[in-house]
Write a protein that binds this ligand. Structure first.
Ligand code: SF4
Length: 228
């Protein structure tokens, strides 16, 4: 299925923002990677994006402006996974670029990294109308793509943002964010630290301290200094 021109423009802007001066066309191509050795992840992510194409696999396709594939280092040690794009993300084709995105960026910097050092994606790649929660059939249609991103990047730690991302990634709709956050889960051998969604923290700033506590556990698992 052909990729829409707007999506190609978003992709080019995304790769340019990451500092790439050429397109990673070959799956096995080894390229630059800020956070480690790229053993072909860059090319495989590009191939996955091409495979997704102008996706119509679920009903969210009828409402979106742009598919929000994901952004960041293809060999990131830390990966953040949210639930779905919002209004700003839908317009720009990039994840976490609104107010919640600014808060996430602050958290990443406080953890001693930059956005370009981590990888950020969502469970579903198209914006649900009126920012409603993604529905089960939409998650089922799209979840495989983020699983492939995880499989390509192989981060050492994943942080899920909010209840929906946790439930969808772990395949357990009974999980509660309040009792799950702060405790590591396992996804195919990768430690998963659930924490609050930044949009929730904007409404409940008193809980930022809890997210920072979760982030410190992720930092420790990565073997990094305890943040700023
Ligand atoms: S949410 Fe995922 S499965 Fe649904 S149309 Fe968008 S990319 Fe395709």
């Amino acid at each position: 299925m052909p990729v829409a021109i707007d999506d190609i423009k978003s992709l080019l802007a995304y790769y340019q923002a990451l500092g790439f001066d050429h397109l990673p066309l070959a799956a096995g191509e080894t390229g630059s990677c800020r956070t480690g050795v790229d053993t072909g992840q860059q090319g495989r992510l590009f191939e996955l994006r091409e495979y997704i194409g102008d996706c119509r696999r679920c009903k969210l396709s009828g409402h979106r402006k742009k598919i929000v594939f994901g952004a960041g280092s293809p060999c990131a040690k830390l990966m953040f996974i949210g639930e779905a794009p919002g209004k700003e993300e839908d317009m720009q084709g990039l994840p976490f670029v609104g107010d919640a995105g600014m808060l996430l960026t602050k958290l990443i910097v406080k953890m001693g990294m930059n956005r370009e050092d981590v990888y950020i994606a969502n469970i579903v790649k198209c914006r649900p109308p009126m920012n409603r929660d993604p529905e089960d059939d939409e998650i089922a249609a799209c979840r495989g793509f983020v699983e492939q991103q995880i499989s390509i990047i192989r981060p050492r730690v994943i942080m899920t943002l909010g209840r929906i991302a946790l439930q969808a990634l772990m395949g357990d709709p009974k999980l509660k964010i309040t009792s799950s956050r702060g405790h590591f889960f396992d996804f195919g051998g990768i430690p998963v630290m659930p924490t609050f969604h930044p949009a929730y923290l904007l409404r409940n700033p008193q809980d930022k301290v809890l997210t920072w506590s979760d982030a410190q556990k992720a930092i420790a698992r990565l073997g990094m200094p305890p943040g700023r």
